[in-house]
Every structure is written in C-alpha cells, then in structure tokens.
Ligand binder design. Structure first.
Ligand code: SAM
Length: 272
C-alpha cells in the first residue's frame, strides 16, 4: 500500500534512499534528546532517524492516509506519531519544553510559515535540517549584497548559522516537483539577545524590505521619523545591503528617537 500523493499538501515523496540517508546524517543533534520530523509522508527519512538511538523521534503529519501508513510501517513510533498541522502545534506541550531539533522534507507551499513558527520558538529549536525549494534555500542562505537576500535571510541569520548543503534534482521524487530542491542546515548561533528591541527589529526589517529597491531614507518614512536624526550613511543604503548587525544598529537608532518622544507610539505603525 502506497500513499496517493496529494498536490494540495505539497506531497512529493523522496524515492532516493541515499539522499534520505544523507539528509538524516546532516543532523548534528548535539545536546538534544528529541527530534521532530515535519511531514514524514511514507517515512523515507523516519526510517533512518529511527536507526539512531541517541535521540527519540517524533513526527507530525497532516495527512490521515500517511498517518495510517506510518502506524502500519513504524509501529515502534506509537504515540510519537502526531496527526495534525505543524503550524498549529504547541511545540513545548506536545514535544518538549527542552530544546529539540527539527528535520523534514518540507511541504514547499508553507516553508516560509514554518520558518516564522521556528523563529517564534527559537529557544526550543537549536537545529533544523530540511529540504525545501531551492530558491527559498538560496534566499535563506544569502548574505547582504545578494539580490535574493531578504526578510527571512535577516531574521534567520540573526539567530542561526545557515549552511546550504546540497542540491536535489527533481527526478528523485514521486511525483517530481516543478521546482528544484535543496537541503539546508540552520544551527543556533548562541545569541540570546539581539542587542536591540526584537519586536522593533522585526518591524524595521519588514518595513525596509517591503520596498527593497528604495533607499532606507524613503522606505522607513512610514515610521514618521525625523529622518535627519538618524545615521545618514545607513539611510543612503538599500535594505539588501545591510547586515544583521547594521539592522540592529538602525533599530537602536530608531528606538532612541522613540524614547525621546520624537516618534509616535510604535504600536501605531503599520508594517504590511
Ligand atoms: N517526508 C516525505 C518524503 O520525503 O518523502 C514527504 C515529504 S512531502 C514534500 C511533505 C509532507 O508534509 C507530506 O507528507 C505532507 O502531507 C506533509 N504536510 C503538509 N502540510 C503539513 C502541515 N501543515 N503539517 C504537517 N505535515 C504537513
């Protein structure tokens, strides 16, 4: 019995076991005793995860047919098979309030949402190894100056070291996806404090990249700032040229203006 691939759930099953093994072996799983796999499907990665006795494997799968398949083929997982939506999962309550690693051949249609959820739970997630759309993988791993550097690159690189591991061709999937794939690894960079107000940092980065072709001087006008009070050099640059630490610096500059009452209440600022 095989699971029938459902397009709406981003189901493209990996059929190359060597690549599956390589993906699982890319997980360092240091200082964690649990792993959560997102979207195991028919368990091509799960199979290799279960070979490792250094950690306990949990899986979350939204597709009922796949869940039935997993219960049948991996009875040892028992109640560590969670049927549900990863995006709605209470990670601390369902898996552990101690750090655990994430792995998965992600459903490409929700990969960005998965990363935003990871960011919300970054204290719990020190490592992620995943396969995703090559374009998104490149975006996450690119640095300032690259055309594809963006919001997700800055947010993730603020907290994680990012590594682009391998390209994966279409023909190792059934059915083959229309896009190319790649595997990346994110490892917590040990930072516990950004050095600025985190919420404001998120707003500044989002606001800046909402108009990525514009100089910051123009894009952050939505903050109603007295522009002349800010560092002039930073303002002549475009968001795609700023490193994480320069975004932190910009956020701190903006915060000082806020504290001095030069800015309106920041909660009034609309970002999107
Ligand atoms: N791991 C399998 C493999 O490599 O062959 C399947 C990968 S497939 C690209 C993505 C999997 O994620 C599918 O099994 C799909 O049902 C599951 N999925 C989709 N959306 C999900 C969600 N919100 N939460 C949990 N699993 C999801």
């Amino acid at each position: 019995m095989q699971v029938r691939a459902k397009k709406s759930l981003g189901q493209h099953f990996l059929i190359d076991k060597n690549i599956a093994r390589d993906i699982v072996n890319s997980l360092k799983a240091t200082n964690v005793s649990k792993i959560l796999e997102i979207g195991p499907g028919m368990g091509v990665l799960t199979n290799f995860l279960l070979e490792n006795e250094n950690y306990e494997t949990y899986v979350i799968e939204i597709d009922h047919e796949s869940v039935n398949y997993l219960h049948k083929h991996f009875p040892q997982l028992k109640d560590r098979i969670i049927e549900g939506d990863f995006l709605k999962l209470d990670l601390a309550a369902s898996i552990s309030d101690q750090p655990f690693a994430l792995i998965g051949n992600l459903p490409y249609n929700i990969s960005s949402q998965i990363f935003f959820k990871v960011l919300e739970n970054k204290e719990l997630v020190p490592e992620i190894v995943c396969m995703l759309q090559k374009e998104v993988a490149k975006r996450i791993c690119s640095g300032p100056g690259s055309k594809v550097y963006g919001i997700l690159s800055v947010f993730l690189q603020a907290w994680y070291n990012v590594e682009y591991l391998i390209d994966v061709p279409e023909y190792v999937f059934d059915p083959p996806p229309k896009v190319q794939s790649a595997v990346i690894r994110l490892t917590a960079n040990g930072r516990t404090d950004l050095g600025c107000d985190e919420k404001l940092f998120f707003k500044v980065v989002k606001t800046a990249f909402n108009q990525r072709r514009k100089m910051l001087r123009n894009s952050i006008k939505s903050f109603s700032l007295r522009i002349e009070e800010l560092d002039a050099v930073l303002l002549t640059r475009r968001p795609e040229q700023l490193s994480v630490s320069e975004f932190v610096e910009l956020t701190n500059n903006i915060e000082i203006l806020l504290q001095n009452g030069i800015l309106p209440n920041i909660t009034d600022v609309e970002v999107e």
